[in-house]
Design a protein around this ligand. Structure first.
Ligand SMILES: [Cu+2]
Length: 118
């Protein structure tokens, strides 16, 4: 009888886990749908920064940035690659910017860049 009890318990546990995972997945999908097209969600993804150095030859930017929540990174000054080479032409040292960053295979890549306050 003990074996049956254990099996039943295991089945219930598995079912509960599956339900919880399904509910979580639905909640995440729901959040995604809510976030799409919402200006608030978009600006929350953006990180504040200040251009410290523009390396046009290597298409890299040194940016003093604030907290990057999506990467769990505190504020610091560091070098970023750029997704679009034209990005290094649009900014100069001292510019206040807002940007989006993704972790790429060979480092962090700025995927969106705009002047602060826009
Ligand atoms: Cu950093």
């Amino acid at each position: 009888m003990k074996i049956i009890k254990t099996l039943t318990l295991a089945a219930v546990t598995a079912a509960t886990t599956t339900l919880a995972a399904t509910a979580l997945a639905q909640a995440m999908d729901h959040g995604k749908m809510h976030g799409a097209g919402s200006p608030a969600a978009t600006s929350a993804d953006m990180t504040d920064g200040e251009i410290r150095k523009v390396d046009k030859d290597n298409k890299k930017l040194t940016i003093k940035h604030g907290d990057i929540k999506s990467l769990d990174m505190p504020g610091m000054t560091m070098v970023f690659q750029v997704k679009d080479p034209a990005m290094v032409e649009r900014v100069k040292a001292g510019d206040k910017i807002r940007f989006k960053v993704e972790k790429g295979a060979s480092g962090f890549v700025v995927t969106e860049l705009q002047p602060a306050g826009h």
